[in-house]
Structure formats: structure tokens, C-alpha cells
Design a protein around this ligand. Structure first.
Ligand code: FE2
Length: 189
């Protein structure tokens, strides 16, 4: 599937003060651990597929901060998806050589048990001073694949349909931290 707007980018969306608050509240997050230690699916424990540390939060103020961007992107990009809830916010940490290969966050179809699917994904950049770790999207265009590289910097927020293929390239220097939020709704009809 290809849509006119593969993603919606907001630069300088979150202030340094808000980023500091997010990081400060991360002490309340469940302890970050690598997916290797989690009892997740085989795909998730394959470090050649994904290699990072994660923690989660249900702090309401983070949703209050980010949801206006979801609403604006959903409306202005013409997606107008039915959204009714969000999963816990995830903060991912990528050290040197860590990455997340090409994947979709959700297919948004009816192959679910609880009738809730990921419709829109949000990623915010909450660190700087690292190299590599670039967010990339790919779409099929005519006979080729078009890879898009939005310029994410500290405080950037990007929103995209959860079925979009995307990846985080390996970090080559420093540590990258990003926040992810997935918004749910009924499957596409
Ligand atoms: Fe993702």
C-alpha cells in the first residue's frame, strides 16, 4: 500500500525541558532490558533483527503532550483513521552497533484476537550526539523501492501509518534514545 503521505514530521516538537522530564520519569519505567532476555517471539529475540534495550511508561502527561501531534497528523495527512487508545509508551535505547531491521509495527488487518490493531505509530528523538541510528522508510514505487530518510533531530516527532515499513540503522557512535507510541483502533474495513 502506498499513500500520499508516508509520514508526517514535526521538527522541534518537544522541548529540551520536556525531554528532560520524560527522561526523569523514566526512573518509574520498568527496568530496561534487552529483548534477548524477554520471553518474546522468536523474531523478537533474533538480535540480527532487533538489538536494543527498552522501557515502558503509562504516564498520562506524556500522552497529553504527544496526542495533539497524532491528531494533527491524522487529520492533515488525510489518513483520518479511527483511533481510540494507545499502548504504553516505549523508550528504546540503541548503543553502538545496535539497530532495528526493516519491519512493520502492525498490519492493521483483522488477524487479531481483541479487535484492536496498531493504526498509527509515533517516534520521537530524545537524544543527540550519536551517529548512525537513522530512521528510514521504504515504499514500492513503480518498479523500484524508494527509501525515505526523514531528518530526525532532538525533539523531532514523526507519525506514520503502522503498516509502513521502517528501520533504525546501526548506531555507529554514542547512544540513541527514542520514544515510541502506538495508537490503536478497530482493523481497517
Ligand atoms: Fe517500529
Amino acid at each position: 500500500m502506498k499513500n500520499k503521505y508516508g509520514f508526517c514530521l514535526f521538527e522541534n516538537a518537544i522541548s529540551k525541558k520536556e525531554i528532560a522530564k520524560i527522561k526523569k520519569s523514566s526512573s518509574k519505567f520498568s527496568e530496561a532490558k534487552t529483548l534477548k532476555e524477554d520471553g518474546l517471539t522468536k523474531e523478537d529475540v533474533d538480535l540480527s533483527f532487533r538489538d536494543s534495550s527498552v522501557s515502558f511508561s503509562n504516564d498520562a502527561w506524556i500522552y497529553t503532550l504527544l496526542f495533539p501531534f497524532i491528531e494533527e497528523a491524522n487529520e492533515n495527512s488525510g489518513w483520518k483513521y479511527e483511533i481510540d487508545s494507545c499502548e504504553p509508551v516505549q523508550i528504546a535505547k540503541y548503543g553502538k552497533d545496535q539497530h532495528y531491521s526493516w519491519h512493520q509495527d502492525g498490519a492493521s488487518d483483522h488477524n487479531v484476537v481483541d479487535e484492536k490493531v496498531r493504526k498509527l505509530s509515533l517516534i520521537a528523538t530524545i537524544s543527540n550526539g550519536y551517529e548512525g541510528g537513522e530512521l528510514e522508510f521504504k515504499q514500492i514505487e513503480n518498479d523500484g523501492v524508494n527509501v525515505m530518510k526523514p531528518r530526525m533531530s532532538l525533539g523531532s516527532v514523526i507519525i506514520f501509518p503502522s503498516y509502513q515499513w521502517h528501520r533504525s540503522t546501526p548506531v555507529t557512535k554514542g547512544t540513541k534514545q527514542s520514544l515510541a507510541m502506538w495508537c490503536l483502533g478497530p482493523p481497517f474495513r
